[in-house]
Design a protein around this ligand. Structure first.
Ligand code: UTP
Length: 320
């Protein structure tokens, strides 16, 4: 079965890190976000990937052709960012009439993927959240799904759509999305996937929900760091683990908990906690916590919490 992964977005909430690269390639626990998603799905038996790319899409192609040439990946270009419904619709020819799985390119789930993929019905991954107003929301009556609504001001339920879907009626979804585009039916300026789902429901298609308890969205600064923490701990024997790339050079420093050091980083005389540092960055005499540092930065004598993109140079002024 194929998996469709929309990853064409601009990632404005993660600027400056997304000014020169796609969100999907930002590192978390030693690998790009998208690599975690693809690896989990390949382990669960997905044998073909359709990656919807757009903003800095060439970087996604380059990363996967260099690092994962073994995977069967079709790239589809979403030339205009017209919304998630539009992004999924661009995959129609690559997928055809087959059932397919769909997951957002910035969402890592720890789910029982084999049983999700075996689900005989259309399936929507959901999670109970306190404030569902910034999510797509599912309306249910008992076990039956009765409706979908995008970012409701007055939420009809607290079941948020997590961004993972199994489409048994893939052709019906593409038809529904195609009609939204043909009729120019947008919600908040975009073609919404939830509007396509609602159309399918109205046409009599049946959906089930599956509760996903471990859901790591990497779309904001805090959730990126939180996901880094959780994934580092999950892969380690004990809590507080760090990832240090084999090519990183660390001298006379205290690292952890939850530090991710990318390739060719240099860390000297530092105390670092809860942070992600991109490839080739050099840190000397820094004391940092809760920080996101891009690639090829040079930091000397900096203390506190930083959020800096690639190629930044910061040196503390000498006192006295
Ligand atoms: P988001 O709504 O998080 O948008 O998209 P974004 O551009 O990634 O980030 P912000 O809101 O500007 O910070 C959720 C997922 O849907 C994809 C994104 O790449 C992301 O994986 N997407 C969204 C598309 O592929 N195309 C679109 O037109 C919109």
């Amino acid at each position: 079965m194929k998996a469709v992964i929309p990853a064409a977005g601009i990632g404005t909430r993660l600027r400056p890190h997304t000014l020169n690269k796609p969100k999907a390639l930002l590192p978390v626990a030693g690998r790009p976000i998208l690599a975690h998603i693809v690896d989990d799905l390949a382990d669960a038996g997905i044998d073909g990937f359709v990656l919807i790319v757009g903003y800095h899409g060439e970087a996604v192609r380059e990363w996967f052709s260099a690092q994962r040439p073994d995977l069967d990946i079709t790239y589809v270009e979403q030339t205009e960012r017209l919304g998630l419904g539009h992004a999924v619709w661009t995959a129609r020819e690559a997928v055809g009439n087959e059932p397919f799985f769909c997951i957002l390119g910035d969402t890592i789930l720890k789910a029982d993927y084999p049983s999700l993929l075996a689900c005989p019905d259309n399936m929507i991954g959901v999670r109970q959240v306190e404030d569902p107003r910034r999510f797509g929301v599912v309306i249910k009556d008992g076990e039956a799904v009765k409706g979908f609504v995008e970012k409701p001001e007055v939420p009809p339920s607290n079941l948020a759509i997590v961004g993972a879907y199994m489409f048994r009626d893939g052709g019906a979804l593409f038809d529904a999305l195609g009609r939204l585009v043909a009729d120019d039916r947008r919600t908040r300026g975009e073609y919404q996937l939830t509007d396509g789902l609602q159309t399918m429901l109205e046409e009599g298609k049946v959906f089930r929900t599956v509760e996903v308890t471990e859901w790591y969205d990497c779309g904001k600064r805090e959730t990126w760091l939180e996901t880094n923490r959780v994934l580092l701990d999950r892969d380690a024997a004990e809590a507080g683990a760090s990832f240090i790339h084999p090519s990183a050079r660390v001298t006379d420093s205290r690292l952890g908990p939850h530090v991710s050091l990318g390739p060719d980083t240099v860390v000297e005389h530092c105390d670092l906690r809860n942070l992600v540092i991109g490839a080739g960055s050099v840190l000397r005499h820094c004391r940092l916590d809760e920080s996101l540092i891009g690639e090829h930065c040079h930091l000397d004598g900096i203390e506190g919490s930083l959020n800096v993109g690639d190629h930044c140079e910061l040196t503390a002024k000498e006192q006295g």
